[in-house]
Design a protein around this ligand. Structure first.
Ligand SMILES: [Zn+2]
Length: 307
């Protein structure tokens, strides 16, 4: 009898317990649902607020210039260029910059790779006033592979190493002139700068993930490491920078056939060196020369480099 009584009580308690669980579960489910709904509406409100404050939404601001740029590029119909409008046989200057300093803030050149930002601004101002064209890396690849012509006044601007002075000193000037430029990042050092400084004028390309250092023989790691080590490093760098990353810059300008092969296999379409000269139709797309700038590249010197 006693046992039965206990069993009866136990099963009564069990039923009550199950009902309680169902009720609590139901309440939690309902609260969660309404939370999500609140979240979504909160997000929507935030977006709308941003749109209202700026007149345009941030999203539109980010996307519209890209469409504009693409349109602008498409407007240049390279097949219709007359001989006098085409880039001459002396080729395409791919300029190489490194670091920047601001004299008005008491900064000085630490070595010959440091350019006064006021001089850099003169360079950009000159390019803008003279309607220079800034081809994409895909267009540079198509040009050296003989598939397209480029307009006469074409130039590519590249900056190596992702050093902080670029972002702090040079980037505001680049944004002011709205001129397209490539920054070659060493992704293990500063790959996150791609997200920290998402300027629409700047394309972030690879200067390796972690090969900007000496290998066993004192030359760059890319001419010392095994093929698989090089390939892994290159793939890592590309995975950090994303699909738009198709150009590679050899650290210290060091490369060999092994390095070139790995760069190609990693998915890059083009690679630049530190050898002096212009990229021409028929140039090796995996060893393109560049035109070096330095502390002493005044506007007059600069005109000679791009014309
Ligand atoms: Zn470098």
């Amino acid at each position: 009898m006693d046992n039965k009584g206990i069993k009866g009580e136990v099963s009564k308690e069990l039923v009550l317990f199950i009902i309680l669980i169902i009720v609590i579960g139901g309440v939690i489910f309902w609260v969660n649902r309404s939370d999500k709904t609140t979240d979504t509406s909160a997000k929507e409100t935030t977006t709308e607020e941003v749109q209202d404050e700026n007149g345009e939404s941030e999203k539109v601001e980010g996307e519209a210039p890209k469409e504009e740029t693409e349109k602008e590029e498409n407007e240049v119909d390279f097949s219709k260029l007359s001989d006098s409008e085409k880039l001459g046989s002396d080729g395409l200057p791919i300029l190489m910059y490194h670091f920047f300093y601001d004299k008005t803030k008491g900064e000085t050149a630490k070595d010959g790779n440091w350019l006064e930002v006021a001089t850099f601004e003169e360079h950009l101002n000159y390019l803008e006033e003279n309607d220079f064209y800034f081809p994409t890396w895909q267009q540079v690849a198509d040009y050296v592979n003989g598939k397209i012509d480029l307009p006469k006044k074409s130039v590519v601007l590249t900056v190596d190493d992702g050093e902080e002075s670029f972002f702090k000193v040079a980037l505001p000037v680049i944004e002011k002139y709205d001129i397209k430029l490539t920054q070659f990042l060493v992704t293990s050092w500063n790959g996150w700068f791609k997200n920290d400084y998402p300027a629409k004028q700047v394309t972030y390309q690879s200067h390796s993930d972690n090969m900007h250092k000496a290998g066993a023989d004192g030359r760059g790691a890319i001419v010392n490491w095994s093929y698989s080590e090089i390939l892994n490093d290159l793939k890592t760098s590309r995975s950090v920078l994303g699909d738009e990353c198709i150009a590679f810059c050899y650290p210290f300008g060091h490369y060999n056939d092994n390095a070139k092969k790995a760069v190609k296999e990693a998915g890059f379409k083009i690679a630049v060196t530190t050898e002096g000269g212009r990229a021409k139709k028929g140039s090796d797309p995996y060893a393109l020369p560049r035109v070096r700038t330095s502390s002493s590249t005044t506007l007059e010197v600069f005109k000679g480099l791009v014309n």
